[in-house]
Design a protein around this ligand. Structure first.
Ligand code: DX5
Ligand code: ZN
Length: 221
């Protein structure tokens, strides 16, 4: 059976109290921490750089799952690994040779992942399979926290799960965008195991309660 991992996205945290927010979700049962990196080029928003990841690394020991929404992962990916990223996701359209980029990030000690936007067919990323540890299925278009979940992606999550299971590939499936207590069961059932949630956790008043409800929904679903 797949083990559920909940990865709160700090994009929706209160940055004036980032350390407290991180420790609060960790105490509330977060398995990983998702870090959304945006450069104002690949997506129309600017967020977090390696210097912040370096400080985040000092206040938590859970895995840091860095989602690069930037045009130059070859140049900056290594800096995020140096800063403490355990997992690095890239958007394949941002590299001339995604396999080479993934290999490079691997060689620097990170686990790697490719992101699949809602309108991108799985065929586009199949050649990355030998060089990834995870596939990040986007359930919103990248750029902002707090967007509405796109239910059409559920069928694609089922499809990717099937491919991975058939090939017995050691690849995790992560889902990211608009996931909350009321839809997490559908996302898990479709085949995802690492579940990112930003506003679905940080915009609630009791993180432990929310994460508990998420686990309960998955267990009952
Ligand atoms: C979207 C980001 C997501 C997002 C998650 O570009 O990759 O990680 O911030 O936030 P919610 O859960 O609020 O959609
Ligand atoms: Zn993300």
């Amino acid at each position: 059976m797949r083990a559920l991992k909940i990865a709160p996205s700090i994009l929706s945290a209160d940055f004036s109290r980032l350390k407290d927010e991180i420790q609060a979700v960790e105490e509330a049962g977060a398995d990983w921490l998702h870090v959304d990196v945006m450069d104002g080029h690949f997506v129309p928003n600017i967020t977090i750089g390696p210097v912040v990841v370096e400080w985040v690394r000092k206040v938590t020991e859970i895995p840091l799952d860095v989602h690069l929404m930037i045009t130059d992962p070859d140049k900056y990916g290594p800096e995020f690994i140096k800063a403490g990223a355990n997992w690095v996701s890239i958007h394949p359209d941002t590299c001339t040779d995604p396999n080479a980029t993934l290999k490079k990030l691997h060689s620097l000690g990170a686990k790697t992942s490719v992101a699949v936007n809602p309108d991108v067919p799985l065929e586009k990323i199949e050649r990355c399979f030998p060089d990834i540890d995870m596939i990040l299925m986007m359930t919103v278009f990248p750029g902002f926290g707090g967007q509405a979940f796109i239910p059409d992606v559920l069928a694609k999550i089922e499809q990717v799960r099937k491919i991975i299971d058939e090939r017995k590939a050691p690849i995790l499936v992560e889902a990211d965008g608009g996931i909350k207590t009321d839809n997490i069961d559908r996302v898990f059932r479709a085949g995802a195991e690492v579940i990112v949630s930003g506003s679905g956790i940080f915009k609630t008043s009791n993180y432990a309660n929310t994460i508990h409800k998420m686990r309960e929904a998955v267990a009952q679903g």
